[in-house]
Design a binder for this molecule. Structure first.
Ligand SMILES: NC(=O)c1ccc[n+]([C@@H]2O[C@H](COP(=O)([O-])OP(=O)(O)OC[C@H]3O[C@@H](n4cnc5c(N)ncnc54)[C@H](O)[C@@H]3O)[C@@H](O)[C@H]2O)c1
Length: 292
């Protein structure tokens, strides 16, 4: 059973309460931290609260969390729409949509409003250079990548990504939060598109799409090959549907922009599916059909 710790430390903050931000807010609150969460409007804030509530309810149902601890955790998460409310945070983890202009604008505004000189600005970005976020602020030495995996409460990994300007102290502090507070395993990557995991995973997923596109094999046989033959929990096309084809396209494009390697270029089939809104599970259809 997870137990709660007393909260006497400065609050932490999360920006964006979608798939990833809600998970990051949940694990921070379960670690005893007060978590200030920012969303764009009341409807998005309400959806974020519901996501956190549903995930905690699942943990209670599965016997991983006591009901009274769940209530304490929920009390520690404050979701709102006023960015100024984050002013006292000692660490902000930004998990807003994967859009460079949205993120640089947020980093500029957060830099201006954070009260603590030692406050750290971390981003959960999958593909935007940390350097671009750092140079949007007056504190690039306190800007770092902190890349969680979906679902955040379940997957143990965090990639910590310093830019060329990030200080060693910043890296140590986010590593301590990830390891000591959250019990995560930290791996460290240079500030290169895709970091470690997506730089390896995405070309593999794209190879699965190319295999299907060329008529080499069916989707079911490609996936069964990797599940039955390599003990992967799911095949490349099933995993692409789970991650979202738009997300894979965005990561592939940033990998291709950075390295100019043909294996990172998104294949036409993926591009057309994204144009058609066939994004995988979240849209009800990708390489497979899903009932909503
Ligand atoms: N989906 C994944 O598997 C995954 C894994 C690791 C990292 N990431 C990264 O995490 C980030 C979020 O991805 P997601 O999958 O949670 O997306 P999502 O679409 O589920 O959530 C994004 C949230 O950000 C909010 N948002 C947008 N602009 C904002 C702003 N200015 N201020 C506050 N909130 C804002 C949106 O309302 C939305 O709720 C992205 O950078 C993505 O690359 C995603």
């Amino acid at each position: 059973m997870t137990t709660s710790a007393a909260t006497s430390r400065a609050p932490v903050a999360v920006v964006g309460c979608g798939l990833m931000g809600s998970g990051i807010a949940e694990v921070l609150a379960r670690a005893g931290r007060t978590v200030l969460v920012h969303e764009v409007d009341d409807a998005a804030a309400e959806r974020g609260r519901e996501r956190i509530g549903a995930s905690l309810a699942r943990a209670v149902r599965n016997g991983k969390l006591d009901e009274d601890v769940r209530d304490e955790v929920l009390e520690r998460v404050v979701v709102g729409t006023d960015l100024e409310a984050l002013a006292e945070a000692e660490l902000v983890v930004e998990a807003a949509s994967e859009d460079e202009s949205v993120k640089t604008d947020l980093f500029r505004r957060l830099d201006a409003l954070l009260v603590r000189d030692d406050a750290i600005l971390a981003s959960n970005t999958s593909s935007i250079p940390i350097m671009k976020l750092g140079t949007a602020t007056r504190r690039p030495e306190q800007v770092v990548g902190m890349h969680f995996f979906n679902p955040v409460p379940v997957l143990p990994l965090v990639e910590v990504v310093p830019s060329l300007l990030t200080s060693a102290e910043t890296v140590e502090r986010v590593q301590a939060v990830a390891e000591d507070d959250l019990g995560k395993t930290v791996i460290s990557s240079q500030d290169r598109a895709g970091f470690i995991v997506n730089a390896l995973l995405v070309p593999y997923l794209l190879s699965g799409v190319r295999m299907l596109e060329s008529g080499f094999a069916s989707a079911r046989d490609i996936d069964a090959g990797m599940v039955q033959g390599c003990a992967h929990p799911m095949g490349p096309l099933q995993l692409s549907d789970l991650i979202g084809l738009d997300t894979i396209k965005a990561i592939a494009e940033s990998l291709y922009d950075e390295f100019k390697e043909p294996l990172f270029a998104p294949p036409p089939m993926l591009l057309r599916m994204v144009d058609a809104g066939l994004l995988g599970r979240k849209s009800g259809r990708g390489f497979y059909e899903y009932s909503r």
